[in-house]
Design a protein around this ligand. Structure first.
Ligand code: PMP
Length: 428
């Protein structure tokens, strides 16, 4: 069933560390061979062995309207003929920045970068430069890319691989990273009481997606906002996952909380390598060349990436009904999964907001990283493989969110629920 993938993985390991270019792809925590993909269309991916999958990763978020969305592909093809990069400004960069400013609350300016990692790295440097302070608070199990300062108690692949402390990240750098459990305001208050005058920023995934999907409990984000206001700390929303996914204006709009800086990635490039940091003029103009906080990129604002992102964002902007449809599809799926797990007598805890969700096998609510770690991840592994065999491609780790796309039909959702029922009966 996977013979060509197995052969390719063998070859890949000879020339690529671990056989993959990003760790979670390696199926390390679930075991088995990563599936090598050949093509994808709408809600489906097709592997090199000719297997078809209903995709619940969607490139970890960007493919909100499904793979190979035709207007995006057409725009890329058209613009590729003009040049793949100029290293000089284009009008397109103004158009996408203006569109983002019109969609997202509380921002005046946008700086384009090439990944979510760069976006968060830039936001942190900007917050430090703006406040003149060095330390910052992040939350256990949140992932903000692989810049040194963020690789402390990080989620996603760092959690999946169980890496406690990352070799190469110096103790001096890590010292300025303060951590608190997600949803735990008293822990944040304690850190601020101890280090208040040294803290530049609190960075958070407003809905976490890198330890499974974890929702902010009522009052938590409001509490962070109040702590930041009282202590002149910048609140950074890492909306690399939630931006343009939970709502046109992201989590800020959906949850009604103002952030001082926002980072984006994923959807903003429609699958091309893009990220962005955005915020009010007063802060953003500290970035070079307007200010002294240096940040740059040879390929930043790349025309192919910009036209891909612009085309997708325009569609989302013009069709807010997409968010309602995604919410309905996600709720339908969650109800079906609950029924499937319940019928097999499996305890479960499913978190969902909009088109992000995850299932943990535990009777306890999943509110932070410890709770996610304490769930039955052995059962998740078996569930993952049983679903894969039944043509459903889930994230290969319980420490990741599932992402839904709007190309999913009711038939796809029913097929997924039927697969979950049969998978659970097979493995329980
Ligand atoms: N922030 C969050 C919330 C993310 O989920 C990710 C990646 N999954 C990043 C930052 C880093 O983005 P990238 O992988 O594009 O560098």
């Amino acid at each position: 069933m996977y013979s060509k993938s197995e052969m390719l993985f063998g070859k890949a390991k000879q020339v690529i560390p671990g056989g993959v270019n990003s760790p979670v792809r390696a199926f390390k925590s679930v075991g088995g061979t990563p599936i090598f993909m050949e093509r994808a269309k709408g809600a489906y991916m097709y592997d090199v062995d000719g297997n078809q999958y209903i995709d619940y990763i969607n490139s970890w978020g960007p493919m909100i309207l499904g793979h190979a969305y035709e207007p995006v592909i057409k725009a890329i093809q058209e613009y590729a003929a003009y040049s793949t990069s100029f290293g000089a400004p284009t009008e397109l960069e103004i158009k996408i920045a203006a569109l983002i400013v019109s969609m997202v609350p509380n921002i005046d300016m946008v700086r384009m970068v090439n990944s979510g990692t760069e976006a968060c790295m830039t936001a942190l440097r900007l917050a430090r430069g703006y406040t003149g302070r060095n330390k910052f608070i992040k939350f256990e199990g949140c992932y903000h890319g692989h810049a040194d300062a963020f690789l402390v108690s990080a989620g996603s692949g760092v959690a999946t691989l169980g890496i406690q402390s990352v070799p190469g990240v110096t103790a001096t750098v890590a010292e300025d990273t303060l951590t608190a459990p997600y949803n735990n305001l008293p822990a944040v208050e304690q850190l601020v009481a101890e280090h208040g005058g040294d803290i530049a920023a609190i960075i958070i995934e407003p809905v976490a997606g890198n330890m499974g999907c974890i929702l902010p409990q009522p009052g938590f984000l409001e509490g962070l906002r109040a702590i930041c206001d009282a202590n002149n700390i910048l609140l950074i929303f890492d909306e690399v996952m939630t931006g343009f996914r939970l709502a046109r204006g992201g989590a800020q709009e959906l949850l009604g909380i103002k952030a001082d800086l926002v980072t984006f990635g994923k959807i903003i490039g429609a699958g091309m390598p893009v990220g962005a940091v955005a915020g009010p003029k007063e802060i953003m103009e500290n970035l070079a060349p307007a200010g002294k906080v240096y940040q740059a990129g040879t390929l930043s604002g790349n025309p192919i990436a910009m036209i891909a992102g612009y085309t997708l964002l325009q569609t989302l902007n013009d069709n807010p009904v997409i968010y309602q449809q995604l919410e309905e599809k996600a709720s339908y799926l969650v109800n079906g999964l609950k029924e499937a797990f319940g019928a097999a007598g499996i305890v479960h805890s499913i978190n969902q907001m909009g088109s992000m969700l995850s299932a943990h096998f535990t009777e306890y609510p999943i509110v932070d990283f410890s709770a996610a770690s304490a769930a039955n991840n052995e059962l998740f592994k078996r569930f993952f493989h049983a679903m894969l065999e039944r043509g459903v491609y889930l994230p290969p780790s319980a420490f990741e969110s599932w992402f839904m796309c709007n190309a999913l039909t009711t038939e796809d959702l029913d097929a997924t629920i039927a697969a979950a029922k049969s998978a659970m009966q097979a493995i329980k």
